[in-house]
Design a protein around this ligand. Structure first.
Ligand SMILES: Nc1ncnc2c1ncn2[C@@H]1O[C@H](COP(=O)(O)OP(=O)(O)O)[C@@H](O)[C@H]1O
Ligand SMILES: [Mg+2]
Length: 220
């Protein structure tokens, strides 16, 4: 899917978070967004997902202007087209691993155990479907979250510091897996990260500042 952001400005009350953000992401492209803590990276991703509102500008997915959709149309679009991975996993503790991964399919009325099992195998969790999240490591929990974000084959994946709670070696394995999945399926990826190693793997790295998004300058 292609994503275009035109001159986006976000404020909380009177406080401007970012202004004049422009961005295009081509079908299948991987764009990393870096920036200081508090500069609005999470807020920007939430706007791209239509989970938060903005004050000026437009967010277009495949030409569809998110700003023109009401809440239920946005929710419908998200269920079909979007996957989201958070730093803190957000796996539901009372559902087992397979049930967590099956959630997006359930919301679409699809009952497909084989697809859930295949997704678990693809993220290295074959055979762990009946475990509860409390019985998994951090790296495994993030694999569950990645499987859940991709099981419905979204065209766009948004990831907010998905390796931020993982040790470097686990982080690198989780990035490998995330990238192999998005590359295999041609999913577009917008990844917010503090990790230079993760950003280095992107097709493009952009730097978010209060006055907009620009190509990150590599000074090395
Ligand atoms: N719901 C909210 N209401 C008011 N201010 C918020 C809210 N969410 C975030 N902020 C503020 O907006 C700024 C950007 O936050 P955030 O998007 O989380 O930044 P980042 O992800 O880059 O660390 C911060 O100053 C934060 O305190
Ligand atoms: Mg954040």
């Amino acid at each position: 899917m292609s994503l275009r952001v035109d001159d986006l400005t976000k404020r909380y009350g009177e406080v401007a978070v970012f202004a004049h953000v422009n961005l295009t992401v081509a079908d299948g492209e991987f764009v990393a967004i870096v920036g200081e803590s508090g500069v609005g990276k999470s807020s920007l991703l939430n706007c791209l997902a239509g989970l938060d509102d903005w004050q000026e500008g437009r967010v277009l997915h495949d030409g569809i202007d998110l700003g023109t959709l009401d809440e239920s149309a946005r929710a419908h679009w998200r269920r079909q087209a979007l996957g989201f991975v958070f730093q803190a996993f957000h796996v539901l503790p009372h559902l087992d691993v397979a049930q967590n991964v099956a959630l997006p399919l359930m919301l679409l009325g699809i009952d497909d155990h084989a697809r859930v099992d295949a997704m678990l195998a693809a993220v290295g969790l074959a055979g762990l479907g009946s475990r509860l999240p409390a019985q998994l490591s951090g790296g495994q929990l993030q694999r569950v979250a990645i499987a859940r974000a991709l099981v419905h084959r979204p065209r766009l994946l948004l990831a907010d510091e998905p390796t931020g709670n993982l040790d470097p070696s686990t982080a690198s394995q989780v990035m490998d897996l995330l990238l192999s999945q998005v590359r295999e399926h041609g999913t577009s990826l917008v990844l917010v990260t503090h990790s230079a190693a993760a950003a280095a793997r992107a097709d493009r790295v952009l730097h978010l500042k209060a006055d907009g998004l620009s190509e990150a300058v590599d000074r090395h």
